[in-house]
Design a protein around this ligand. Sequence first.
Ligand code: UFG
Length: 351
Amino acid sequence: MKTNSNKMKDRILVTGGTGYIGSHTVVELQNAGYEVIIVDNLSNSSADVVDSIEKITGIRPAFEKNDCCDYNALDEIFKRYSGIKAIIHFAASKAVGESVQKPLLYYRNNILSLINLLDLIQVHKVEGFVFSSSCTVYGQPDKLPVAEDAPFKKAESPYGNTKKINEDILRDTVHSGAPINVIMLRYFNPIGSHPSALIGELPNGVPQNLIPYLTQTAMGIRPMLKVFGDDYNTPDGSCIRDYINVVDLAKAHVTAVHRLVDKKQKNKIEAFNLGTGNGVSVLGLIHAFEKATGVKLNYEIADRRAGDIEQIWANPEYANNELGWKAETSIEDTLLSAWNWQKKLRERGIM
Ligand code: UFG
């Protein structure tokens, strides 16, 4: 285990730090020299991820098993780790379909946790707040690629609605004069894994998202990938998304934290689109996977999935120019990393 250098490292608290995007971000924060404290209730992740982060970086982050809906327990954590410079708030429930079945679970988890954190960071004088938002706030945009100032459309699910409400809560809190600085990062579709294949996406049960379903099909765990619709108004009829490499995405969080810590913000609350700027169809992604890995995939065209947006991809210019961050990894390397992660899960006897 590496020892801390003499210079005091800036402390960053990461909620949801054992999750998919959270764990990749903890790795990049530690690589950039920050001290990280993870708070996670492990509702959709495992404590082993902390070991994997240590294997990759040589540094073990502090880990507190805690639910962000528990105000008193969170308060204790803030007291124990004084001088936190910024928070990155990932912890949230995120399955679109489940949110339709259990809206109250989603509204409680995703809204109460944010309110608790916004109260507590003011008590403990933490100024910087990075929020995990989503392109879901745009719904189906009228204009593509979509930029940050596009109007928000009606949310397609309670999950999507919680992201919109979370952004409103943040805006209202900043406008009330609260002494905090906020960066909202709107993710497009994060995919892939760390090149070490030690961390990655590991959904509980049957995957809902395209890439874990695709790699599990390629591995023979699922017999067939269903392509949800080929009659959309797109060149090949399947839906289009902006698939972004998760390590690139993680690095954007480090850039956002630098911006907060160095007080480089233009406004007390800012939003950035995190995407590549390229739209790829579901069929296009399948073919790119086959080409990158040499694995033939079983798939069939199925009915449309309720609630799907037809097409969306980012205009990332503001993030490129103002945040100084750009997605760099090719879709082929990203798909290969997702496949390597799936193979590693098999080697470890997990999937
Ligand atoms: N798809 C299939 N077959 C599958 C799974 C997905 O064809 O088995 C298609 C979907 O119809 C969609 C595309 O693959 O066209 C991507 O679907 P995902 O479920 O991977 O991702 P979404 O774009 O629906 O949603 C994701 C996250 C949400 C988030 C949203 C926008 O899952 O949490 O991006 O940020 F809100």
